[in-house]
Design a protein around this ligand. Sequence first.
Ligand SMILES: [Zn+2]
Length: 95
Amino acid sequence: MRRHCQRCKTEVSASFEQPTLRRWVKGYFFLGVPFVPFLPMIGSEFIVMLPLTMLYLIGMEPALAIIRAPASCDECGADVEKAGWSPADEPAPPA
Ligand SMILES: [Zn+2]
């Protein structure tokens, strides 16, 4: 993945800290989708399904943290910008 690094001031190769975990975590968000039609049933079952639903929702926060973690520069380790950066965004050097 090519990203612009603010520290190196050039386009560098960048990577996520845990690419494999990141891929798996994306599936986590879709884990609950097949159960949406059964929500009334799940909500009325307090022994197994409701605690499992709560666990799932608690797990949502670490999952979001992994997904939102920025990629880092392979050269210097600085966090790199998301796509959409353009050289025009860079502040002009002092004259
Ligand atoms: Zn860098």
